[in-house]
Design a binder for this molecule. Structure first.
Ligand code: PRP
Ligand code: MG
Length: 213
């Protein structure tokens, strides 16, 4: 029996639909919906695992899954050791610093000694340290943009896509730390048989992306 390649896909959230769509466009049809955490492709040696975004880098590292569709921003935060096989061109976003609209802001140095709420501590620390700025990070897992309004922080760092979450919470983007999109990431532990399956999948993905241009 041929081996199957295991792919991690975001369980719920912004990448989920587009991830399944690109597989579909590659002619890989996945049997079921999102109720189960695991699914198989009928016509390609592939198994899908629906996982939480933040857990995916560790699963790749451990070789629990062979590949994943994940935001580059998550790899930059938690998986700089994990290779990217292919950029996928969707779920484009920025990871930015923002402050309340009324705050006077001149440069990143204004964050010195300030409290920043974020789910991306490594990304923020890296960015600030380039400018020699030290801030006080408050790590929270979601609804980060509310932090300044409830007095928890002076500013935030989070993903900006349309910008509407910033706008609704009375915040303004002041620093774009990085730009991100969905990527196909590969486990350092992938074996040669599964690497061959991956090569076939990448071949199809490239054709699909070309057609989308
Ligand atoms: C994400 C992210 C931002 C928002 C950005 O949050 O954390 O808050 O989307 O998108 P926008 O610029 O288009 O408004 P999400 O809604 O996924 O929820 P969470 O923060 O609670 O995880
Ligand atoms: Mg959010």
């Amino acid at each position: 029996m041929t081996k199957k390649i295991k792919i991690a896909i975001q369980k719920a959230g912004r990448l989920n639909e587009d991830s399944l769509q690109i597989l579909k466009d590659c002619g890989v049809s996945i049997d079921n919906g999102r109720d189960q955490l695991k699914a198989s492709a009928a016509n390609f040696p592939l198994e899908v695992f629906y996982l939480r975004n933040g857990d995916i880098p560790q699963y790749l590292r451990d070789g629990v899954v062979d590949i994943a569709i994940i935001g580059e921003n998550v790899l930059i935060e938690k998986g700089t050791d994990i290779a990217i096989a292919q950029k996928l061109g969707f779920s484009k976003c920025k990871v930015s610093l923002a402050v309340p609209k009324g705050t006077k802001y001149e440069s990143v140095k204004d964050f010195e000694g300030k409290r920043i709420a974020t789910s991306y501590p490594n990304t923020v620390l890296d960015y600030l340290s380039k400018y020699g700025v030290k801030a006080d990070l408050h790590i929270i897992n979601g609804s980060v943009e509310i932090a300044p309004n409830i007095g928890l922080a002076d500013g935030i760092c989070d993903i900006v896509s349309s910008g509407s979450t910033l706008f609704k919470n009375g915040l303004k983007e002041v620093e774009v730390m990085l730009k991100s999109e969905a990527v196909l990431a590969v486990s350092p532990k992938i074996d040669s048989e599964r690497q061959e399956i991956l090569d076939k999948l990448i071949f199809r993905i490239k054709a699909v992306l070309k057609g989308r241009d």
